[in-house]
Ligand binder design. Structure first.
Ligand SMILES: NC(=O)C1=CN([C@@H]2O[C@H](COP(=O)(O)OP(=O)(O)OC[C@H]3O[C@@H](n4cnc5c(N)ncnc54)[C@H](O)[C@@H]3O)[C@@H](O)[C@H]2O)C=CC1
Ligand SMILES: O=C(O)C(=O)COP(=O)(O)O
Length: 410
């Protein structure tokens, strides 16, 4: 497939050690200019590298702020090789005409399995017992040690991960209750709690699976922790911004909570070479993990294929299906037509200017696809035209006021 910008000139910037499967997908699709970094880049280097990139792939560490995106003059698409997309300023990306893709399910199971393992470990008091052994102690006792069977698991955020955790927990005989801001279909015998307070008062294990949004920022503070049952345990593998970490540290010190497992932190080291600092460090009843909920080889390989395929599909075909910040258009192949892509500000008059252009040129439109949201309009026009004519049309489309990006796929 030929594109208005030759594929061999399209630069793909892959950060944070995304799986080799992603590189394979790009190479198989004919993309050869792949710049691969094992780590996230410091901001100044990121701005420099992203200025050259047409496609960028990252994980949870790289912050694509408005400032960074302003440097991305050539960018056509972003791939988050993970579930969360809070690290990207999605609104700015959209206003620049850049769709953002992610892998909404590929590491769901990995997080769910870790959470189940941690629930069992915490109910048995294993973190403290293990630490005592490391120090030469021997705490053989049943005190503070419980089976998971017949205990209540409270899930906050009953989405893809939350429901998976619930299904696995039920198979071990736990009673599952959940709280979500949306009405959710219960899996198995899970039941919606009457409120967050109700869930906190009834649960032996509370686990958080909400995204980072303004409504979840610090949603779990001293008040919520105090409302949990004495001796209950808390698991956070969502985002570090969700929990007041100082309040959690205090509850672990006072043993109001018997334990906690925390995978995500308000401030995380920028690379594996940087030090980890947290008020939870040194607390025996806390399992601390370096944001590896989704870091299994299976998940990373699947994510590599899924996100790279979405980026290739957008670049080759124009489809934005499953973009998280952009009008979604699923496009068929266009074997006999030239395909023009036009991304514009959603303001009055743009579409009529586009249509005038085609009628004035007496160009036959084979198919037209249009999707808009409040900010952006995305129109795809398949035409029976030669390469030169398609180039000319693209040049004219680009002059329409409000145009953000335009491309042609031959
Ligand atoms: N530790 C890790 O490595 C990983 C962490 N994550 C995090 O887990 C989060 C959840 O992932 P999924 O389950 O796939 O997302 P999802 O979008 O399927 O589910 C999130 C659920 O939270 C609910 N929610 C939103 N705001 C809420 C609020 N204020 N109170 C209660 N419920 C609320 C939503 O309605 C939705 O049902 C991701 O956004 C990401 O931040 C995801 C993968 C790996
Ligand atoms: O999928 C997510 O949202 C995660 O938090 C996983 O992030 P990571 O790709 O491991 O940096």
């Amino acid at each position: 497939m030929k594109t208005s910008f030759p594929k061999q000139d399209i630069r793909v910037l892959l950060l944070e050690g995304v799986s080799q499967t992603a590189v394979d997908v790009f190479q198989r699709a004919g993309y050869s200019q792949i710049e691969y970094h094992k780590k996230s880049l410091p901001e100044n280097e990121l701005k420099e590298r992203i200025a050259e990139a047409h496609i960028v792939g990252l994980r949870s560490r790289t912050q694509l702020t408005a400032d960074v995106l302003e440097h991305a003059r050539r960018l056509i698409a972003v791939g988050c090789f993970c579930i969360g997309t809070n690290q990207v300023d999605l609104g700015t990306a959209e206003r620049l005409g850049v769709p953002v893709f992610n892998a909404p399910y590929s590491n769901t199971r990995s997080v769910a399995e870790l959470v189940i393992a941690e629930a069992i470990m915490l109910l048995r008091g294993i973190p403290q017992k293990s630490m005592q052994c490391h120090r030469g102690g021997w705490a053989k006792s049943a005190n503070g040690s419980y089976e998971a069977r017949d205990k209540v698991l409270g899930i906050i955020g009953y989405g893809h991960i939350g429901t998976q955790v619930g299904v696995l927990a039920e198979s071990m005989g736990m009673h599952v209750i959940f709280h979500d801001v949306e009405t959710k279909l219960s899996m198995g015998n899970a039941r919606a709690a009457a409120s967050l307070q109700d869930l906190l008062q009834r649960s032996d294990v509370v686990t958080l699976h909400v995204p980072e949004t303004p409504s979840t920022k610090m949603m779990f503070g001293a008040r919520e922790i105090a409302a949990m049952r004495k001796g209950a345990v808390l698991i956070n593998a969502s985002r570090g911004s969700v929990v007041d970490i100082e309040a959690l540290a205090e509850a672990l010190r006072s043993e109001h909570l018997a334990g906690a497992a925390v995978d995500v932190f308000p401030t995380e080291p920028k690379s594996n070479d940087d030090p980890f600092v947290s008020p939870l460090v040194g607390l025996d009843n806390a399992i601390l993990t370096p944001h590896i909920g989704g870091s299994t080889l299976e998940a990373q390989d699947n994510i590599g294929i899924e996100v790279a395929s979405k980026l290739v599909r957008y670049s080759d075909n124009g489809s934005t299906l499953s973009a998280v910040n952009f009008p979604e258009v699923s496009l068929p192949e266009h074997p006999k037509s030239r395909r023009l892509l036009h991304i514009h500000k959603n303001v009055p008059g743009v579409l009529s200017r586009i249509n005038e252009l085609f009628s004035a040129g007496n160009i036959n439109i084979d198919a037209q696809f249009l999707q808009t949201d409040a900010e952006v309009g995305y129109v795809v026009i398949d035409v029976s035209a030669g390469e030169d004519q398609a180039d000319e049309l693209k040049a004219k489309l680009a002059t329409i006021p409000g145009t953000l990006r335009s491309r042609v796929l031959y």
